[in-house]
Design a protein around this ligand. Structure first.
Ligand code: ADP
Length: 204
């Protein structure tokens, strides 16, 4: 609504006035950032306050399929190539675990400077845990930021890439509540692999 009225104002008073057009663009990008922030904060508050998680035996291939379906348009727009291996099952909340894959894959698309973005999703059993990974060929992350990026509002990028620094904090909260761990392995310029491990369902 704010965007619409900013446009109408320019049309009625500032048609042809480049300064007014510029102000309208500022309003528009401010509103877009606010919208992203509210959406992300809502998603964070959902996992912070009394999370009513529904734990069941969960097929992680189906969980990944939900995330991929939600990201279908972005994947097509970026012409990304996403490869997925067969994933071991988990004991967890299907919807929340889909949010984890969705945030990780969405970041892999956002923080990519190569064409096409190449993303692979894989999983394996390792002792008492199942480990899942999302690898990208993007900009990578210098080692000194590997922990800090999971904090709330922590961003390594400016306004050139939309975001509010909440996505990875949400992932961490969800994985913590599943009794798991999440981390990243990466080198600046050489892509990133985000891992999370969850207790094997048969051992929960
Ligand atoms: P947002 O993407 O909204 O900024 P996130 O919490 O999802 O917030 O990510 C935090 C920061 O970590 C991002 O701003 C970005 O700098 C960095 N980051 C996350 N994922 C990746 C990735 N796959 N490749 C490179 N940098 C990443």
């Amino acid at each position: 609504m704010v965007n619409t009225y900013a446009q109408l104002l320019v049309r009625s008073t500032g048609q042809g006035n480049p300064e007014h057009q510029m102000f309208a663009q500022y309003i528009q990008s401010g509103v877009d950032r606010m919208r992203t922030l509210i959406k992300d904060l809502l998603s964070y508050s959902r996992v912070i306050h009394a999370p009513a998680f529904d734990f069941t035996d969960t097929d992680m291939n189906s969980v990944l399929a939900i995330a991929m379906a939600n990201l279908e348009v972005s994947i097509q727009e970026c012409r990304a190539v996403v490869a997925a291996e067969d994933l071991p099952p988990a004991y967890g909340d299907e919807t929340q675990l889909a949010v984890v894959f969705q945030n990780l894959i969405s970041n892999a698309l956002k923080y990519c400077d190569k064409s096409p973005p190449r993303i692979s999703v894989f999983g394996r059993t390792d002792g008492a845990v199942n480990v899942y990974g999302v690898r990208d060929n993007g900009v990578g992350i210098a080692p000194q930021y590997h922990e800090q990026i999971f904090g709330l509002f922590k961003r390594l990028h400016g306004r050139e890439v939309p975001g509010s620094g909440i996505g990875l904090a949400v992932c961490k909260r969800i994985i913590d509540l599943h009794g798991g761990t999440i981390w990243v392995e990466s080198t600046a310029g050489a892509g990133s692999t985000f891992y999370f491990e969850l207790p094997r369902p048969e051992l929960v």
